[in-house]
Write a protein that binds this ligand. Structure first.
Ligand code: F0G
Length: 355
């Protein structure tokens, strides 16, 4: 049996590393591609739907794929500290990988708008967490300014190595399916991930590993949809705090991925996000954070519009970017039934079971 060594070792020939690069890994990647038999029934008989469960990465989100490379390269370069702006997941990942590499980690987050699980991760790893009174876009501007003035490595997806590492998600999908899917549904926030997947699919096709390319279907939350509206949004709002972004760093690349692939970038409302979030949990047994459910909300919206061809077999992959445990508050707010508190009495409990 071959021992799994993380995304850098698995896809070394496609990544900008040398024998001199110290590899910092938590054995990220290799996440399951899970078939959604119940959701398929809502979409059409000719459709296979898969979810790539990126919440099963070591820090609970897809960020680890890019962070393993960004931190390895930062260490190779000889910096002593990293910094990022984050809606939560990047900071959790940056903190974990930076500590493993012996680097200091600074993270700037929008005050009051990051899910509890994510905040707890950055704190327990020992990052210095600074909460700014402003949104993610403001935090990212601060981080860029700091990096212009201090020798601290920026590990947001503006860092080339982040995108390089994240493209391995596309490689894994093709390796499992034997080819690229027909459609690729993905949430869009700062737009690094859609950029990375498109790059990965294109590279694998050039190398002859895939015969086709998917259409990229990106979904922004309706209250935070600058790409769809064609202009930055000063006060983005959505319950999906991970993608509460008004001026994405990889805006141009996301538009390119959409246009080159013949896909779309569209909105999903918070209501549609929560419906998909609950559907995944209740019908497929998959717990994701709200932002992740945007990909499935988009899939359902487009199926209702009859966007997908009905005259041939097609495969659709949805990226489930982060684990549901990141945001337990949202889960509890989203359900009708709360635990019933009773005395430890057999009859009392049976009464509730029978209700
Ligand atoms: N889903 C989750 C769970 C995320 O955390 C993010 C981004 C996205 C989707 C969107 O990906 O930015 O590459 O378009 N989170 C960043 C962060 C912004 O700081 O953790 P994107």
């Amino acid at each position: 049996m071959q021992v799994y060594k993380g995304v850098i070792e698995r896809y070394r020939e496609y990544l900008p590393v040398t024998d001199k690069t110290p590899i910092i890994t938590l054995l990220e990647g290799n996440t399951p591609l899970i078939r959604f038999y119940n959701i398929e029934k809502m979409i059409g008989e000719n459709v296979e739907v898969y979810g790539k469960y990126e919440g099963l990465n070591p820090t609970g989100s897809f960020k680890d794929r890019g962070m393993t490379l960004a931190i390895s390269k930062a260490l190779e370069k000889g910096v002593k500290a990293t910094i990022c702006a984050s809606t939560g997941n990047t900071s959790a990942s940056a903190a974990a990988y930076s500590m493993r590499a012996g680097l200091k980690s600074y993270v700037i987050i929008p005050n009051g708008y990051i899910a509890l699980g994510k905040l707890s991760q950055a704190l327990i790893h020992g990052a210095k967490v600074i909460a700014v009174e402003g949104n993610f876009d403001v935090a990212l501007e601060m981080v860029k300014k700091i990096c212009e003035n201090y020798p601290i490595e920026l590990v947001n997806s503006l860092n080339f190595f982040r995108i390089e590492g994240q493209k391995t998600g596309a490689f894994e999908i093709v390796d499992v399916l034997g080819d690229a899917p027909d459609f690729h549904c993905i949430p869009v926030g700062n737009a690094g991930n859609i950029t990375a997947y498109w790059k990965g699919y294109k590279e694998y096709k050039e190398k002859g590993k895939a015969k086709k390319l998917p259409k990229m279907l990106g979904f922004q939350a309706a209250g935070a949809a600058p790409i769809v509206l064609g202009k930055p949004i000063e006060t983005p709002e959505t319950i999906a705090t991970a993608i509460r972004i008004g001026n994405p760093a990889s805006w141009k690349q996301a538009v390119l991925a959409r246009d080159e692939s013949g896909g779309v970038i569209d909105t999903v409302t918070d209501e549609e996000i929560i419906q998909a979030y609950k559907l995944l949990a209740e019908e497929e047994g998959i717990f994701v954070e709200p932002a992740s459910a945007a990909s499935v909300a988009g899939l359902i919206k487009y199926a209702r519009k009859k966007y997908f061809p009905e005259d041939k077999k097609i495969k659709i992959v949805c990226i489930l970017t982060g684990h549901g445990l990141k945001d337990p508050d949202r889960a509890i707010k989203s359900v009708e039934f709360k635990p019933a508190v009773v005395a430890p009495d057999f009859n009392e409990i049976i009464k509730i079971i029978k209700q």
